[in-house]
Write a new protein. Structure first.
Length: 334
């Protein structure tokens, strides 16, 4: 029962919570669970700076004896001591620090406990208010870190940008998730290739960037928003018809993945990056071929191309074009 272990545990859990933010509602449950436990550990860490007995059940003597460093007077091991829960921990800290330091009253704090307990015991959570709950948790954490003399930059570390996004008054859930994905990707980049910019590191990164792992009919390289190296955007190939010129094979992008740092976005998250979301022209549809050698001549494209041609012919040219089609059809029958 000491502040150092509880603060470290809280840091680890909050990093996992913020690093696991996605657009999938099911993951929000785990995020709130981890963030709730992290808050409990941080509250208890602060109480331990006053005295460890403040986190124990006052009605349980063996627990109090261990908190007073007199565990020799009881046969119960320290691993079986009884401690207070999240709500009681907040009540005690609030009574010590007051509303001047903690803006949430114990009553206002209850939704955080409900969300955490709802996940842990009932397998439900209020996902619609997740962002608001995380904002409240971060504000409480900042106060407690300051009271304990802990450096905020070291505590939040790679997730400082996520913290900033969540605290912004005009924040959007997608921006919070993107910030989380970027922080996680930069940590992966450092783990894979180190932090020093050496020639060997650059060679390894260049080699890794050549691996294309994004799904789709076709892919093209684009700069990764997280690590700034080359990643891959992929999508389905369709045919577009410029006002002037021949029909073009075009990638309608739907996903991006960086083989260097693992940063990946798809669906609505892709729309926040113009250079990833824009369609990519691949060349004339008539001559475009896929990586496996097949040609791009889907039925819709053929019909649309014929209609495009008809729309730009005068009566005589249209008649000659139709006759030519008939002759080619007869040739295929023969």
């Amino acid at each position: 029962m000491n502040k150092e272990d509880l603060v470290q545990s809280s840091k680890h859990l909050l990093h996992e919570a913020l690093g696991g933010l996605t657009t999938e509602p099911l993951t929000h449950d785990i995020t709130l669970l981890k963030a709730g436990i992290a808050t409990e550990h941080l509250l208890k860490g602060y109480l331990c700076t006053i005295h460890p007995s403040l986190i124990t059940d006052a009605r349980d003597l063996p627990s109090l004896l261990h908190a007073c460093d007199r565990g020799d007077l009881t046969t119960r091991p320290v691993t079986l001591i009884k401690t207070i829960g999240l709500v009681e921990a907040y009540k005690r800290v609030y009574e010590i620090l007051g509303k001047e330091r903690l803006s949430l009253t114990p009553k206002d704090f209850q939704p955080i406990a409900d969300a955490r307990n709802g996940v842990a015991h009932l397998a439900v959570s209020t996902t619609d208010s997740m962002e608001r709950l995380l904002s409240s948790i971060i504000k409480i954490a900042d106060v407690l870190l300051a009271e304990m003399g802990e450096k905020s930059a070291l505590f939040w570390a790679d997730y400082a940008p996520v913290r900033e996004k969540i605290l912004q008054d005009d924040r959007k859930a997608h921006l919070v998730i993107i910030a989380s994905l970027k922080s996680k990707a930069l940590r992966v980049l450092e783990e894979r290739f180190g932090e020093h910019d050496t020639e060997e590191r650059q060679t390894a990164i260049k080699a890794a960037s050549q691996f294309q792992r994004v799904q789709g009919q076709a892919a093209a390289q684009r700069q990764c928003p997280a690590c700034q190296n080359q990643g891959w955007v992929g999508g389905d190939v369709t045919t577009t018809f410029p006002d002037d010129g021949e029909p073009q094979a075009t990638i309608v992008t739907h996903a991006f993945k960086c083989s260097v740092c693992g940063f990946a976005v798809a669906g609505p998250l892709l729309t926040y990056f113009d250079h990833l979301y824009e369609d990519i022209a691949l060349g004339p549809a008539a001559t475009f071929t896929y990586a496996d050698g097949t040609t791009h001549d889907d039925l819709w494209a053929s019909i649309a191309a014929e209609q495009h041609t008809l729309d730009h012919l005068d009566d005589d040219d249209r008649r000659r074009w139709e006759e030519d089609l008939q002759l080619r059809a007869q040739g295929h029958e023969e």
